[in-house]
Write a protein that binds this ligand. Structure first.
Ligand code: GDP
Ligand code: MG
Length: 168
């Protein structure tokens, strides 16, 4: 039986928690000042979905998203996407649409989940719940609210993407 391997890219403005999410999901840890020190392009985790072994390769950016300089190599062959924004960062929410287009340009239509991260900071929210749902509907994606810090819903994001990919 063949193992399925999926390349997943995580996009969104700097500071929304992309690296933290990868680290949380693949290593089970959270630190307040995660810097990319790993000498590889991605971390991976193996899960079982509907009786199938799936190897998820989660690709991180080394902060180039700040300079709009993510290379084609980052996107190449990606089969699924996490598009993240932060509950406390209005710009990151406003940028979601253009991130979706960027991924579409490089990868075509691939299964994508919109992630509203940092829901542990709901008292500092600058995005109302309805707006987030409208955005997700407009982009044709599922919305998942996460707290990487408190480990809320992180696994659900990747499980959903793996299921979508297997179903294709
Ligand atoms: P990236 O630039 O998108 O890779 O973001 P990072 O993973 O470097 O995270 C930016 C900052 O947000 C770091 O200080 C993280 O510790 C913090 N952070 C990430 N996820 C959460 C979360 O769910 N809740 C809170 N409160 N902070 C978070
Ligand atoms: Mg990062």
């Amino acid at each position: 039986e063949l193992e399925v391997a999926l390349k997943v890219v995580i996009v969104g403005n700097g500071g929304v928690g992309k690296s933290s999410m990868i680290q949380r999901y693949c290593k089970g840890t959270f630190t307040k000042d995660y810097k990319k020190t790993i000498g590889v392009d991605f971390l991976e985790r193996q899960i079982e979905v509907d009786g199938e072994d799936v190897r998820l390769m989660l690709w991180d950016t080394a902060g180039q998203e700040e300079f709009d300089a993510i290379t084609k190599a980052y996107y190449r062959g990606a089969q699924a996407c996490v598009l993240a924004f932060s509950t406390t960062d209005r710009d990151s929410f406003e940028a979601a649409h253009s991130w979706k287009l960027k991924v579409e340009n490089e990868c075509g239509e691939i299964p994508t989940v919109i992630v509203q991260n940092k829901i542990d900071l709901l008292d500092q929210s600058v995005v109302n719940p309805e707006e987030a749902e409208v955005l997700a509907r407009a982009l044709g994606c599922r919305l998942v609210r996460t707290s990487v810090k408190e480990d809320v819903n992180v696994s659900a994001v990747f499980r959903h993407l793996a299921q979508r990919c297997l179903a294709e």
